[in-house]
Design a protein around this ligand. Structure first.
Ligand code: ATP
Length: 310
């Protein structure tokens, strides 16, 4: 038993949300996943996850989305802590406090972000000294997006999205996220994508070189036409309101718009911070989205921040 005197202090990790600049969906694999080629960017909507030693394993959630996030063993952060403890032989329970600001079930990988943050925080709290590569391996066992949320920045994901390669990206991009109330489950969107494709065979996807050139330019005008999501037609087919939301954002001056992941959030790329404010105001006024948030990307992945003094 660790004495109170030597107990390590709680560790807080800040973790970003992600947007997929490109999401190419390939064939369905035998394990039920689709082969993907995606380009992730970490954006400045974030959760703060604090882990502290406790007598028992537990989890609590605060913030505007607290009542829609489970606090039982299905919470991805608790699953991450259990996995890391099991794999490394740690027997010291932790309580995980999640200050949640990433929209839930919006295609921005909020649950995966909390899992990534928990791995980084527990590694520090339990003094495991794991490398980023080792943490990313555990992360891949928890979900396809989890390794990227440890790494952050802009990266290509292949396989199920969990195999990462860096991308040379210049500049900062301004985003506006329109978060709607429309419920869309990830499996339903993939199933609709398969249905729309019918029997036509799909090649293994690979990153679009035009997108890579656009990212090197640092110019949002060049990046905007390259935003692609193979799940977008499926998401719009299931929820036509998303098509209207995309059209509104473009009418109000966005350079480009794309459904984020499996939706229902729509991500708009704009020219600068003033355009982001204008689009946020215009989209909020339409009432077509529950919430409209601006953000910049790329930012870094899960990292320890100084403890909050409340
Ligand atoms: P993805 O983009 O990875 O498909 P998402 O961003 O659409 O996911 P999440 O916010 O990760 O969706 O939440 C999906 C579901 O996962 C939620 O409805 C919730 O019940 C569950 N969940 C489990 N743990 C968490 C967590 N820590 N934060 C948010 N949701 C969680």
């Amino acid at each position: 038993m660790t004495s109170a005197h030597s107990d390590p202090s709680p560790v807080t990790v800040r973790v970003p949300a992600k947007v997929n600049l490109e999401l190419l969906v390939g064939p369905l694999r035998d394990d039920g996943f689709h082969t993907l080629s995606t380009v992730y960017q970490a954006v400045s909507l974030h959760d703060d996850v604090t882990v502290a030693l406790d007598d028992d394993w537990g989890c609590s959630v605060s913030g505007p989305y607290a009542d829609v996030v489970p606090t039982d063993a299905t919470n991805l952060a608790l699953r991450a802590a259990s996995l890391l403890a099991e794999e490394t032989g740690v027997e010291t329970p932790v309580h995980i406090s999640i200050s949640k600001s990433i929209p839930v079930a919006g295609g921005m990988a909020g649950g995966s972000a909390d899992a990534a943050a928990t791995l980084v925080a527990c590694d520090r709290l339990w003094a495991l000294g794991l490398s980023t590569e080792e943490l990313e391996e555990y992360a891949a066992e928890l979900g396809s997006d989890v390794p990227f949320l440890i790494r952050g920045g802009t990266a290509v994901g292949s396989g199920r999205g969990e195999r990462l390669a860096p991308v040379l990206a210049r500049g900062n991009y301004h985003w506006v996220f329109a978060i709607s109330d429309i419920g869309l489950s990830t499996p339903d969107v993939y199933a609709e994508c398969d249905r729309l494709r019918g029997k036509s065979s799909v090649p293994d996807p690979s990153p679009n070189s035009e997108l890579m050139i656009a990212l090197r330019s640092g110019d949002p005008h060049i990046l905007a036409p390259q935003l692609t999501n193979d799940l977008q037609d499926a998401a719009v087919s299931l929820r036509p309101e998303l098509g209207e939301l995309l059209a509104s954002g473009m009418e109000f001056g966005a350079l480009g718009g794309v459904v984020s992941g499996s939706g229902p959030t729509v991500a708009f790329l704009v020219e600068d911070v003033e355009s982001a404010i204008d689009l946020t105001v215009a989209l909020t006024a339409t009432g077509a989205a529950r919430e409209v948030r601006k953000a910049i990307g790329p930012i870094h992945g899960a990292h320890v921040i100084p403890a909050r003094v409340d």
